[in-house]
Ligand binder design. Sequence first.
Ligand SMILES: Nc1ncnc2c1ncn2[C@@H]1O[C@H](COP(=O)(O)OP(=O)(O)O)[C@@H](O)[C@H]1O
Ligand SMILES: O=C(O)C1=C[C@@H](OP(=O)(O)O)[C@@H](O)[C@H](O)C1
Ligand SMILES: [Mg+2]
Length: 173
Amino acid sequence: MRLFLIGMPGSGKTTLGRALAAYYSLTFVDLDEVIVQREGRSIVDLFAAEGEAYFRSAEAKALRAVLADYPAVVLATGGGTPCFHANAELLRASGLTLWLDVPVEELVRRLVQQAAHRPLLAGLPDPEALKNRLAETLQARREFYATAALRCQASVCSPEAVVRLIAQYTATA
Ligand SMILES: Nc1ncnc2c1ncn2[C@@H]1O[C@H](COP(=O)(O)OP(=O)(O)O)[C@@H](O)[C@H]1O
Ligand SMILES: O=C(O)C1=C[C@@H](OP(=O)(O)O)[C@@H](O)[C@H](O)C1
Ligand SMILES: [Mg+2]
């Protein structure tokens, strides 16, 4: 199985991806880590030095490399991955995509401490500003996230809930 987790920053793609990979005995890959390895720089440094367009190109190449290298994998994408370079269509055609659709209020609670480490949220220490930015970003990205075959719509998408969703889907697909 190839399982791709998509959704907003803070939705739990990395955290849940690790748990699901352990459950299914699959390799876990985090696309941001692949980019860091391939580029030899942190995500924050890449954004600062090269800008977002360069990052999106590096991200698209890293995604294609992962798809070529792993016939079975749980992949945590970055929040913007499905929204550029036709990545949403590619993901949808290459495995099972799952959208972690977590409410913006919950994302704010999780990210308020971490905004400085996330380039697109940096400089927004005020929770109200963070909430507005996340709501705008979600609005713009919703159409891409909605291409996922599965959607977990909850404040906390537990591994157990996702395993049930996948079991239902594979039983009827
Ligand atoms: N199911 C969850 N319930 C509560 N907090 C969570 C959950 N999943 C992730 N978090 C917390 O939210 C933050 C972002 O999680 P992360 O997995 O890095 O998200 P993403 O990779 O989607 O940006 C982390 O601090 C993490 O501990
Ligand atoms: O939403 C985004 O555009 C991004 C999300 C990040 O990943 P997470 O969603 O894991 O935070 C990372 O890929 C980069 O900072 C850009
Ligand atoms: Mg992540």
